[in-house]
Design a protein around this ligand. Structure first.
Ligand SMILES: *Cc1c(COP(=O)(O)O)cnc(C)c1O
Length: 227
């Protein structure tokens, strides 16, 4: 991305490289609400955050037609704060968490869409369910009682590496897991259709491998500074 480009220019440049049918989630974590507002004023409505507190504080001050996506690890005791408004939770990695989301959704009289997060990376640091764990969730009796959550697909993160063959392999694996689960558990559930994979450095590969949603932060908003 060229120096001196505005956030909106960067967004438009990125958007042009993404097919229309793929949803772009602009990941605004650590960035001020004013930056979100700039993209909002340019017409973008879909934003992602990875921390509950930051998600809630931006939700409170920004326009209410924004679609907020929770993309980071979610603790059960914090679900209640996002349950009234969150559009999609990408990071469901246990039946226990799903049960809490269902409960909070019920209290808010709504159905919350969720993705199951799958562990596709070889490194140890990423959250997510294994294939046997996914099947355990989908076959559990509890799951069929959850009337206020809807599983609309899967999410995964590739290993942090320069090895593009490995990255492609991991995304291809997530697509295959998705196809298998769809035919085994969701054959009459057309809403199971989303694959959330791909970030700033690997989203093009993810789209080639079948992503329907990409989560992009730093190439739009700039590098994040943590302190
Ligand atoms: C931060 C984050 C992203 C975006 O990362 P970039 O490399 O800045 O595009 C995507 N997904 C998750 C889960 C994240 O935490």
């Amino acid at each position: 991305m060229k120096a001196g480009m505005s956030i909106v220019d960067k967004y438009k440049t990125v958007r042009k490289t993404i097919p229309e049918k793929v949803k772009l989630i602009a990941v605004s974590k650590t960035k001020p609400a004013e930056m979100v507002r700039e993209l909002y004023d340019a017409g973008h409505r879909v934003f992602g955050e990875n921390k509950v507190q930051e998600l809630c504080s931006k939700y409170e001050i920004l326009p209410n037609d924004i679609e907020w996506h929770m993309i980071g690890h979610l603790q059960t005791n914090k679900v209640k704060y996002i349950a009234p408004f969150v559009h999609l939770i990408h990071s469901v990695d246990s039946i226990k968490l799903l049960a809490v989301i269902n409960n909070e959704a019920l209290k808010n009289n709504r159905v919350i869409d969720c993705l199951l997060q799958v562990k596709i990376a070889r490194e140890d640091t990423k959250f997510g369910l294994s294939v046997p764990d996914l099947k355990k969730v989908l076959e559990s009796e509890d799951f069929y009682g959850f009337g206020n959550v809807r599983i609309v697909g899967l999410m995964g993160m590739a290993t942090f590496t320069d090895d593009v063959i490995q990255i492609r392999d991991e995304f291809g694996n997530l697509k295959k897991i998705f196809d298998d689960l769809r035919s085994d558990y969701f054959i009459s559930t057309p809403s199971f259709k989303e694959i959330s994979m791909g970030m700033s450095d690997d989203y093009k590969i993810a789209i080639e491998e079948g992503a329907t949603m990409v989560r992009i932060g730093s190439i739009i908003f700039g590098q994040r500074v943590y302190n």
